[in-house]
Structures are given as C-alpha cells and as structure tokens.
Design a protein around this ligand. Structure first.
Ligand SMILES: [Ca+2]
Ligand SMILES: [Ca+2]
Length: 240
C-alpha cells in the first residue's frame, strides 16, 4: 500500500497554503527592513554632500609651491625652507611674517624636512573671493640645512569658483591656470615667479601675465643690484 503524502489530503493543502502565506509575509517584511536600513544609511551619509565637502578647495585663488628634491645623501626630501610671498591686488604681501590680509591668507609655511612624517615640501596661499586686479607671486630661499643647490620650486595658480546652484562655501577646483618652475641658487635669494591679472569676471587675463625681478615682496630691493635678494629685513617687519 502506497504511503499517503502529507500534502495530498485537504488539511495538508490548507497547512501548505498557510505556510506559503507565512513565507510570503516573512519575505516581504525582510525586504521592507532592508529598504528601510538602506534609506536610513543614505540619510545619515548623503553621497553628494560628502563628495562636495571633501573636494571643496580651501579658497578661490589657490597658489601652491612645491620643492621635493631628494637629498642624495639622506635619500629624503631636501631640508630646505622656501617661503611663498603673494601680493593680492592692493593688500600688503602675505608670507610667514604677515599671514593674512583682507583678501589673502598664507595657510601653510613649510620649514623643510622637519620630521620623518614630513615627506613633502609644500606651501599654500589662498584668496577669499576672486577680487579683480593684479596678483604677484614671489619665492624666497629662507634657509637650506641640506646645503643642496639649486632648489627648483614649482609654483601653480588655480581658480576655484562657486559651483552652479551651490550654497555656502561649495566650490569647484580648477586645473592650474599658471605653472612655473623657478630656480633658487642661494640662501636669501628672492625671485618673482610671475604677476597675473584677474578680470571682473574672475578669469585670468593671459596677455597681462609677466615676470619682473624688480618686484620685491619680502625684502626691499638691494640698492646696488636693484634685485630683491639679500640681507634686508622683510617689509612687514619694518612697518610700525
Ligand atoms: Ca617656508
Ligand atoms: Ca616639509
């Protein structure tokens, strides 16, 4: 005699229907919980807002200097203190002894290779807004404990404008609009990298970019040579 299947009787069909209904309800509940958890995570960590904040540049006109030459004796970045000096429109120049004006801030003064956790040589000055007018950028070789010469410094200028429809300080970083390598050959030397002009639309006026070694931002020009490279105290320390 064949054994009767548990699901072949009327009562067994009812039990099966009840089990299917229970399974469907359980499945729907699990799916609902997963969707709720996913929605909650998105509310806690909105991807768009996070990426905007991480990418937000520190200012509008961004002037950076790098000098990462490797000292052949220590195999580390050269222990050299270069200073970035920037004059923004009609403000006093900003640099290590005058870190902020109405338009610009000197945000990073790199002292050289000061610790094992200091692998880069990098300085940063940024503007607050994009005022139209002339900006001049100089570099000064303050000290060179590595005694490695010459020191090549790469200077870049970027312009970061507000993103369309963005609120607050959200900005979009630009690619560099100016890049120049300058070669410092002795301690105390100050060189003009370039001067550039920003128009009323916040754009670089390419035809008005120039370099002049008569433009001194840290130290007054040497009376004998006319160059701004030796010996005298910074402008900002001479002022009352
Ligand atoms: Ca420095
Ligand atoms: Ca450094």
């Amino acid at each position: 005699m064949a054994r009767k299947s548990r699901w072949q009787g009327g009562e067994s069909v009812a039990q099966r229907a009840q089990a299917v209904t229970f399974n469907d309800a359980l499945f729907n509940m699990i799916v609902g919980m997963v969707l709720l958890i996913a929605l909650f995570m998105l509310m806690l960590n909105p991807k768009g807002a996070q990426s905007t904040n991480v990418a937000a540049p520190p200012g509008n006109i961004i002037i950076e200097a790098y000098w990462n030459q490797i000292d052949s004796r220590t195999k580390k970045p050269v222990d050299t203190d270069v200073d970035l000096w920037v004059k923004c429109v009609n403000d006093q120049p900003v640099g290590y002894s005058n870190k902020g004006t109405a338009l610009c801030n000197y945000l990073r003064d790199d002292l050289g290779n000061r610790s094992p956790d200091d692998p880069v040589n990098y300085e940063l000055t940024t503007s607050r807004g994009i005022a139209h007018g002339q900006y001049c950028v100089n570099v000064h070789l303050y000290s060179n404990r590595s005694n490695v010469y010459p020191i090549t410094v790469k200077v870049t200028v970027k312009i970061a404008k507000s993103a369309p429809g963005a609120s607050g300080g959200d900005k979009v970083a630009s690619t560099p609009v100016l890049v120049s390598d300058v070669v410092l050959k002795r301690t105390g030397q100050e060189l003009n990298v370039f001067c550039f002009t920003i128009n009323e639309g916040g754009a670089l006026v390419a035809s008005q970019t120039f370099t002049s070694q008569g433009i001194c931002l840290r130290s007054p020009a040497n009376a004998a040579t006319g160059k701004c490279d030796e010996g005298t105290a910074p402008f900002s320390q001479q002022q009352p």
